[in-house]
Ligand binder design. Structure first.
Ligand code: PLP
Ligand code: COI
Length: 341
């Protein structure tokens, strides 16, 4: 298969339409059989549930070319499960897990020419999403939906690749206790846009959200979970019911314990503990692990000892091990890698 003529090494995190995408429609209480299509547009009513009341959720996962030339996807079963949780919370009919995984396989196989080569630093990002498509004007769930997956080749989420980021402690909140922070609802991202634009305007790369009830506990950023390394070399990550259960973070906690023999704990993290941390990273499918060099808490600068030029040593080990597993250089735990071809 001849690859597309794309400058893989210089890709950012943007949308490049690929040849085929998957679509299945829900009507009269059932999903249709679904199909691949070359049509990258969606035509829906002006009064569609998604447009009026933001009835939509999404997922993100990646396909990789391994060292030995296979194309693989990382833990798509967990994305399927999480999308079911998101759909339930938003009164969207569930898309069955086996069909989700099958659709992922179909989209990757159909866009093989867009899967970046091994060693290019790029990957094929897959974006499953679901939305209410028929008219609703009273506040209620739609009765018709679409489930779609498109693919787009991407490079690093943050400009500058692995250059440590500067983030600020946010005054605005992302997710209420018992709200929708633990699912991947489009609305969680819509309400973060004002704050990310403001952060960028003030010279920060991202916002650190705190728990909305007390503003004392670290939660997550707009698009990634936190991992910290304490000065004793222990991995800690925030425990909260209002953050997205990141698949990358769950995988890294396993890698820390089982591959690197590190102590790793999920617990509440007080913002006052930040000066005690040796390293900090943002973890997610798009972010992989992006190192944080500085956290600014209302004018007080917390400079991580790992500095502003490189990833900290423990973060680097975690990064190398996880990406090694994803790219087939390091044996994966059972079930983590789905081989497409
Ligand atoms: N937190 C938020 C708010 C996200 O949008 C994402 C991205 O999916 C993550 C965390 C990381 O989750 P995952 O590792 O499953 O991609
Ligand atoms: C992902 O990491 O897949 C996400 O959905 C996060 C988003 C900010 C790009």
């Amino acid at each position: 298969m001849e690859k597309k003529n794309i400058d893989w090494g210089n890709l950012g995190f943007g949308y490049i339409p690929t040849e085929q995408r998957y679509v299945s429609e829900y009507k009269d209480g059932a999903w249709d059989e679904g199909k691949l299509t070359t049509d990258a547009t969606v035509v829906i009513s002006e009064c569609a549930g998604v447009l009026q009341y933001a009835q939509t959720c999404f997922e993100g996962l990646k396909a990789y070319t391994t060292e030995d030339g296979h194309i693989v996807v990382f833990r798509p079963d967990l994305n399927a499960d999480r999308m079911i949780d998101s759909a339930r919370r938003l009164e969207i009919p569930e898309f069955p897990k086996d069909r989700f995984i099958d659709a992922v396989e179909k989209v990757v196989a159909a866009n093989e020419a867009y899967v970046p080569p091994f060693g290019s630093g790029a990957t094929l990002y897959l974006r499953p999403f679901m939305f209410g498509s028929n008219p609703v004007i009273g506040v209620k769930p739609a009765t018709e939906y679409q489930f779609r997956i498109f693919a787009t080749p991407v490079g690093p989420y943050f400009k500058g690749g692995v250059k440590p980021l500067t983030i600020r402690v946010s005054d605005l909140d992302r997710a209420a206790p018992k709200g929708t922070g633990n699912v991947k609802a489009g609305l969680n991202y819509a309400m973060s846009l004002y704050n990310i634009v403001d952060a960028h305007n003030q010279g920060y790369d991202e916002n650190m959200y705190l728990d909305a009830a007390t503003h004392t506990k670290v939660e997550e950023t707009g698009g990634a979970n936190f991992l910290f390394v304490t000065k004793e070399g222990k991995i800690v990550t925030p425990k909260s019911d209002s953050i997205l259960p990141s698949i990358t973070r769950r995988s890294l906690m396993y890698v820390a314990k089982e591959y690197l023999g590190l102590e790793a704990e999920e617990r509440e993290i007080d913002v006052k503990e930040l000066p005690e941390m040796a390293e900090c990273g943002l973890c997610g499918t798009a972010a992989v692990i992006s190192p944080v060099g500085k956290i600014v808490d209302h004018g007080k600068e917390i400079c991580l000892p790992s500095g502003m030029t490189e990833m900290g040593p423990v973060t680097k080990k975690l990064y190398d091990t996880l990406t090694g597993i994803q790219m087939g250089r390091i044996p994966a735990p059972e079930g983590w890698i789905k081989v497409i071809k």
